[in-house]
Ligand binder design. Sequence first.
Ligand code: GDP
Length: 197
Amino acid sequence: MHIKSAEFIMSNSDVAKCPKSMLPEYAFIGRSNVGKSSLINMLTHRKSLAKTSGRPGKTQLINHFLINKNWHLVDLPGYGYARVSKDAKKVFQKFITQYFALREQLVTAFVLVDIRHSPQPIDLEFMQWLGENGVPFSIIFTKADKLKPKAIEKHVEDYKAIVLETWEEMPNYFITSSSNETGKDDVLNYIDNLNNN
Ligand code: GDP
């Protein structure tokens, strides 16, 4: 898919106020600092469409972007930031739960994980929750440039082994790097195919 236009539409703290349009929607979510903003900027070919986070965990907003005037890219807040209070975590949970429960336009979610890290309980729990709630998702491994190809293979195999302890199949996944644009076409073509089906 060629990105012809990418526009910021709105930020919301309330799912009910998100755009009413029924354009297909794709949500990006992951732990703070996983590289979500960088990935969104890389995919959309914009330097700062999504704000790269100087202060992780700060923005607790649902951000809608209109891409090529025919689909929405949604930047959801990062989760799992250690310095966030218990109350803030509860608010976050409610907010995310409502987003996934209410957004009929959502086609699929992309759960971002840093390729260098072993599977983190918070990511596995989140994927479990998505599965239980019937939300389709793919995994996006980020920062692949930080590892050599052999190490990437090994990390993905190790990740799969853990995921397969609870899942029958490894979810669909992508290996990406915002530094060298690895995986860009894979993710965009995947979205393009879903949009055309
Ligand atoms: P967010 O908090 O998930 O939105 O993460 P950011 O996009 O702000 O990135 C967090 C940090 O990781 C920043 O210092 C980025 O420069 C760095 N980063 C993000 N993506 C990549 C990548 O693909 N490769 C490398 N080497 N660093 C990355």
